[in-house]
Ligand binder design. Structure first.
Ligand SMILES: [Mg+2]
Length: 146
């Protein structure tokens, strides 16, 4: 079976981390895009089709939670996995209440990340499928009314 790459936006102020993770994701057949701030994350989402955002909580300027709120407000179908250190697990849980799909403890274990990415991707695909079906039903109703 041909693997359809997940379009992943990797957002962290730690450039080395973003580059290392992007490389690894590429090796696994995914399609990563780097971003180094919350602002850059939102800018990229405006211009590119993204399935899942991997989002660091601790960033200077616009932090992860603030970024998450904006992502969910402006791009509700995009799934978000929060990246957290031991000190910010509570914030990660808060993030899930705000619509994040899951969180990942740093340093990220790649197997764990892969599993969470798959779940997030599936969640997005299913939601999009439900929307397509609802739109089709709506169209059928309209046609029926003519
Ligand atoms: Mg950081």
């Amino acid at each position: 079976m041909i693997k359809v790459p997940t379009r992943i936006l990797v957002v962290d102020d730690e450039k080395d981390f973003v580059q290392m993770l992007s490389l690894r994701l590429k090796e696994e057949g995914e399609k990563p895009t780097p971003a180094y701030s919350g602002k850059e994350c939102l800018e990229t989402l405006k211009n590119e089709e993204i399935d899942v955002v991997i989002l660091d909580i601790k960033m200077p300027g616009m932090d992860g939670i603030e970024t998450l709120r904006e992502v969910k407000r402006r791009f509700p179908l995009v799934e978000v996995i929060m990246l957290t250190g031991h000190g910010t697990i509570e914030t990660a849980v808060e993030g899930m209440k705000l619509g994040a799909s899951d969180y990942l403890l740093k340093p990220a274990d790649f197997e764990d990340l892969s599993a969470k990415l798959e779940t997030a991707r599936k969640r997005k695909d299913e939601q999009e499928e439900r929307i397509r079906r609802a739109e089709a039903r709506l169209l059928m109703r309209k046609v029926g009314e003519i």
